[in-house]
Structure formats: C-alpha cells, structure tokens
Design a protein around this ligand. Structure first.
Ligand SMILES: NC(=O)c1ccc[n+]([C@@H]2O[C@H](COP(=O)([O-])OP(=O)(O)OC[C@H]3O[C@@H](n4cnc5c(N)ncnc54)[C@H](OP(=O)(O)O)[C@@H]3O)[C@@H](O)[C@H]2O)c1
Length: 458
C-alpha cells in the first residue's frame, strides 16, 4: 500500500461533462484501477454543466450542478478540472480556483493560448499547479516533455502536426484526389470537423497550440495573437499532386523555432538591435512561431503522419531529434492526458508542493517578412511567347532566385510551377504582388513554403 492510498481521497470538481468530461468520468469510475496504478484516491465532488436536466452516464444526479462558481468554491473540491472550453466562463472559473489556492487541470488551448501567462503567474503566486497536458496534442505527453524532460535542453525547433481535422483533410485530398470542400463535408459527416470549421481549417486552433509550445520550449510568454497563421482552405488537389511529384507531402505545420543561431552573418540581430555593429548587452533569443501549410520532404518523419493523428518533432542542441506521435483529440485519449495531470496535481497537493515552474525569459519574435525558406508557386498565365521571360524577370527584380520551373499546357493558358531557392518571405510577397499586376498572369494559385530543407534554410 502506498502513502497516497492511506490518505483521504482528493475531492475533484469537474467543470464540463461533454466529450472529454464524460470520458474522464468513465475513467474515474475505474476507481480501484487508478488507486492501484497511482497510489492516489480521487473522489468526484461535483460536476458542473450547462444543462442540468440532461442525465449523464456515470454521474449521480446529486453531483450535477448548474452553478460552476459554487462548485469551485466548495470545501469538498480540492482540485478543479476545467473542461468547458472557450474563454468565458472558463477564465473566470480557473482564476477563482487558483486564487482560492486550488490546483487546476485544463484541456483548454484557447484559454492557455490567450491568457496562459497571467494564469501561470496566478498559479505561481498561489503555489499550486496549473496543468494543461491535454491542451496541446491530446493524449501525446508533449507539455511534460518540454517542461520537465527537456528543462535543461536548448530547444532549436519544435514542428508539430497538432490539428487532426486539417491533417485528415489533407490526407484525404492526397489519397482520393478530392477537392477541399468535398473532403471537409466528409470530415463533418464523420464528426472529425465542426459544423463551423473555421478554428481548425484557418489555423486558429493550431496557432493557440503553437503559442503554448513556444512558451514552454523557449521559457517565454507568447500568446496566440502573436502567431502568424495561414490555414488550408486555399490548397488545391493539383498543388498536392505537384508536391508529390516533386517528392513532398503537404501538411499544416505549427512551428516554434529559434532563429538567431541562423544569423551568423548578421551579428547585431542576436542582441535584438538589428544593428550588425552593436555587440552590447546580453543576447536576447530570437524566435519564430507560426502556423502554415508547407511542403515537407517525403523522408521527413512528420510526412508519415496521416489522418487525424498528431505528431510533434523536437530538435534540440544536445538531445538531437525526437518525435512524439499519437491521438491529438477524441474524448477518451484527451481524458487520459487530463487524468495524468489530475493525478500529478493530487500528489503535489498532498505533498504540499507544485509542478516545476517554467521561468520566463524575454525573446524577440522575428517578423514573418524576415523569415527565409524555399517556396512553391503555381501561376496560370497566357500561353504566348515572352510570357515566361516577363515572369522570370519579376522574380529576379525582387531577389527571388528560381530553383526549378515546370510548364504545363492548358489550352490558351499555361501553368508555370516554380520552386524557388531560399528567399526572404517579404521578397516573395512583393514578387507575388508584382506578378499579380502583370496582364499575362491569369491567376496565382498555389503558394506554399517548402519546409524541412535545413541545408537551404537560413
Ligand atoms: N474534444 C476533444 O477531442 C478535445 C481534445 C483536446 C482538447 N479539448 C478541449 O477540452 C475542452 C472540452 O472539450 P469538449 O469537446 O469536451 O467540449 P464539449 O463536448 O462542448 O463539452 C463542454 C461541456 O461544458 C459544459 N458547459 C458549457 N457551458 C458551461 C457553463 N457555463 N457552466 C458549466 N458547464 C458548462 C457543457 O454542458 P452541457 O453538457 O450541459 O452542454 C458540456 O458538458 C475544450 O477546452 C477543448 O478545446 C477537447
């Protein structure tokens, strides 16, 4: 018998009993199993929901309440699990719990991505846990790995497929050569996409997760609004087919990377001054955090991540490369991560301690315009003599050098598919603007970054 099992059970206040909350209730019902595995006894003290009239499997009716504030304040509740989602009332309830000195476990990426820093500081002041393993990649234990296992590591880059809906859509578009809209409809039918899919397909969900990942990886405070994002709704099957022809797959990536080590040519940047002659002051790490679709070489470990699965590829100075792979969503997998946090919080509470705090450092965010990578650009043009030269001149005038070009005839039109050498994003954007104003250019269709080409990126 372990020490925890001798103590009285830890009272748990559950806020929300939807997909994840209901799965957590089921896991908690396996009381003896949890105690045997963890040495900790948990007791569900109450479950707050919006609609108390609806019966919930495994929840005794007397535990249901519509008054979440009262549940948080109840003396029977020692740890609060927030599974309502969204900002309001989740923020108010989490703040109230932390102010009352009660540890909080949440799966709420929106809340963490927006108010993570202020909530962490409240938890710090109260000396209690704020744990959110399930908020980033569902069942995948990434938060713990970044916070604890890699606490001494200099993380160079974290690249994640952290949104199962978009990965499912891109996988289906590739496998079945289907249009985005048709696959989205199928994903909605299968329950893999929301009725309003904006948060997933436009990258908001991934941006909140990227902000959390970056804040952990670089020990800093980055919020979702600071993360530039692009979604997948403009991607066409023909772009995916071209990518495949060139040896790539198209994925929506959340990237958090340190970029100052790439700046040996520009010494001043590392001090955050941008002045190459200024070597004064302590170096402030410069990072880039972003969400966008990208062409990834087929040989990259993330290229093999298909369907609704998530994976996160971590690169560090000493640890090298590692990949964590698993289910990023779904009631039960997410509840499994919540339960792990809940047991940690309960152990810490009984031991009078709290999880390792992440010290906060200053970083500079590199503007997207200053990032450099290779690009895939597909342009439909009038099929006339001289057009190719005119288009190539625009690339050259803006300092974007072409690595390869392929031409496909389309009757009176032609499609030109360019892959550039590594170029500054700002220069690529002005190139695209200038191309758009050429009268021979009918349409600029696919524009995708080419990722994972470290020899080239700078
Ligand atoms: N679903 C996933 O696969 C997944 C994966 C990772 C993370 N997450 C995160 O986990 C959290 C929960 O997601 P979910 O899918 O379980 O959400 P959900 O199915 O929509 O459940 C939300 C729950 O909150 C309750 N609720 C709403 N407003 C409330 C209020 N004012 N007071 C008390 N309860 C209230 C709802 O009550 P009723 O039941 O009465 O409507 C429902 O039980 C979110 O932050 C989400 O981002 C979910």
């Amino acid at each position: 018998m372990t020490r925890g099992s001798l103590e009285r059970p830890v009272g748990v206040g559950l806020l929300g009993c939807g997909n994840v909350g209901a799965a957590l209730v089921q896991l908690l019902a396996d009381d003896s199993g949890i105690e045997a595995r963890s040495g900790m006894r948990l007791r569900l003290a109450g479950v707050a929901v919006a609609d108390t009239a609806r019966q919930r499997q495994g929840v005794p009716p007397e535990l249901l309440t519509g008054d979440a504030d009262a549940l948080v304040a109840s003396d029977d509740v020692e740890v609060v699990v927030e599974l309502i989602g969204g900002l309001d009332p989740a923020r108010r309830l989490v703040e109230a719990a932390l102010r009352a000195g009660k540890p909080v476990v949440t799966a709420n990426k929106e809340l963490l991505g927006t108010h993570g820093a202020s909530l962490a500081s409240l938890a710090d002041d109260a000396g209690v846990d704020l744990l959110y393993e399930a908020a980033v990649a569902g069942a995948i234990p990434l938060v713990r790995v970044l916070r604890e296992s890699l606490a001494g590591e200099q993380v160079r880059r974290v690249t994640g497929i952290v949104n199962g809906t978009t990965n499912f859509i891109l996988t289906m578009m590739s496998d079945r050569k289907m249009d985005y809209a048709d696959v989205l409809a199928e994903a909605q039918h299968l329950g893999l996409a929301e009725r309003d899919p904006t948060a997933d397909v436009e990258g908001h969900d991934a941006a909140a997760k990227a902000a959390i990942i970056a804040s952990l990886a670089f020990r800093c405070d980055i919020g979702a609004p600071q993360v530039p994002r692009e979604g997948i709704s403009a991607i066409r099957p023909l772009d995916i087919a071209f990518a495949e022809q060139l040896g790539y797959v198209v994925k929506l990536l959340a990237v958090a990377e340190r970029v100052d080590h790439l700046d040996r040519r520009e010494p001043g940047r590392a001090n955050g001054t941008g002045d190459p002659f200024d070597a004064s002051g302590p170096p402030v790490p410069e990072v880039s955090v972003r969400v966008h679709p990208a062409m990834l070489p087929r040989s990259h470990p993330l290229a093999a991540v298909r369907g609704a699965f998530n994976a996160v590829f971590v690169e560090g100075e000493s640890c090298g490369e590692m990949m964590l792979y698993g289910r990023g969503a779904g009631g039960k997998p997410t509840a499994s991560a919540v339960l792990g946090d809940l047991l940690d919080a309960a152990h810490h509470l009984r031991a009078g301690t709290s999880a390792t705090l992440v010290p906060r450092a200053s970083v500079r965010l590199r503007p997207a315009a200053d990032l450099r990578c290779a690009w895939y650009i597909a342009i439909d043009v009038a099929d006339r003599p001289g057009v190719l030269a005119a288009v190539a001149t625009v690339f050259g005038d803006h300092g974007v050098s072409i690595r390869s070009m392929e031409q496909v005839g389309l009757g009176d039109e032609a499609r030109l598919i360019f892959v550039t050498h590594v170029a500054r994003e700002g220069d690529v954007r002005t190139t695209l603007e200038a191309l758009g104003s050429l009268d021979v250019v009918e349409n600029i269709g696919g524009v995708l970054r080419v990722a994972g080409d470290d020899e080239e990126a700078s």
